[in-house]
Write a protein that binds this ligand. Structure first.
Ligand SMILES: Nc1ncnc2c1ncn2[C@@H]1O[C@H](COP(=O)(O)OP(=O)(O)OP(=O)(O)O)[C@@H](O)[C@H]1O
Ligand SMILES: [Mg+2]
Length: 282
């Protein structure tokens, strides 16, 4: 199976460096990313920019938002799958991993890395990751979600799937038990140096990351840390308004405002998806 017609976007542009505004900072489209920052630090902005680029590139977007979908539902027109409760998250993650298995079976022994030529890129966004970590009667489901995320993070990159996780809480135990599998981190405004060390690690702080010094009136500012290349960059992610987000549409589709299109699909190309969505005449 060969897929054509996806734009060959290999990186997500996150924003410009604050001290060198012409210098754009980007991350590989296949790099799993942690976005960590206090409330109102701009995590939603980062997610918006990434989803916009994923949609433009013709990829799929799956979204877990346990804040009752208040963030995710703004993207309803471009979501391929979504989960707004813990049980839905468990089901979505298991569907994600089943498809990773299918991709592996299909391409094993043929290519070492699956890309857009072989399979449609899939972006999984998990907003407010700490909400997935539960105790009490929800613990079993919560543990299953964490195991699924671990599995997704460790296997999916080579199979053209990327996971982006956002949280206010940098603690491994109560927010990001799979922290070590997220090799790229964007730390937006944080409360303290110790939170920065938790979010980014000592190395990043030693190399100049100072997220606790970002001011309240600079949402969207953050330190981008790539633990593979050991580099830190201080960047500003551009704002996307609610209107920008609501007007996102899959390329090749008619501008049918507000039509939510939930449910996993695996259409071979967006162009075909556009044709399928076109209302029948007569
Ligand atoms: N990149 C940006 N540039 C300028 N202003 C921004 C930017 N991102 C966010 N803001 C402002 O900050 C507000 C909060 O942003 P956002 O919702 O993205 O934060 P958040 O970190 O996701 O917060 P929460 O944890 O409460 O969900 C926005 O409503 C907007 O006013
Ligand atoms: Mg948010």
């Amino acid at each position: 199976m060969l897929l054509k017609k996806q734009n060959a976007v290999q990186r997500y542009e996150l924003g410009a460096e604050v001290s060198r505004p012409k210098q754009m900072a980007s991350i590989p489209r296949t790099a799993h990313l942690a976005i960590i920052g206090e409330s109102n630090s701009g995590k939603g902005s980062v997610i918006a920019n990434i989803i916009r680029q994923e949609v433009e590139a013709g990829g799929e977007v799956w979204f877990i938002d346990l804040k009752s979908g208040m963030e995710a539902e703004n993207y309803a027109a471009v979501l391929d799958n979504k989960a707004y409760s813990l049980q839905e998250a468990k089901d979505l993650l298991s569907a994600f991993n089943m498809d990773v298995d299918t991709r592996a079976e299909r391409w094993r022994g043929q290519v070492r890395t699956v890309d857009d030529q072989h399979e449609r890129h899939r972006l999984l966004v998990i907003d407010e990751a700490a909400d997935l970590i539960r105790s009490g009667s929800d613990k079993k489901t919560s543990d299953a979600c964490v195991e699924s995320i671990r599995s997704a993070l460790s296997r999916s990159r080579a199979l053209n799937c990327t996971v982006v996780v956002s949280t206010q809480n940098p603690r491994v135990s109560t927010s990001l038990p799979y922290r070590s599998l997220l090799l790229t981190t964007l730390a937006l405004r944080l409360n303290s140096k110790s939170e920065a060390v938790m979010a980014l690690g000592e190395d990043a702080v030693q190399r100049g990351a100072r997220p606790w010094q970002i001011s309240f009136n600079r949402p969207g500012d953050g330190y981008l840390w790539d633990s593979e290349s050991n580099t830190v960059r201080y960047i500003h992610v551009p704002f996307m308004t609610d209107q920008d987000i609501h007007s996102l549409r899959r390329p090749g589709t008619d501008d049918e405002a507000g039509e939510a299109t939930a449910g996993a699909r695996s259409h071979p190309t967006n162009k075909l998806w556009g044709l399928l969505r076109r209302p029948r005449k007569g």
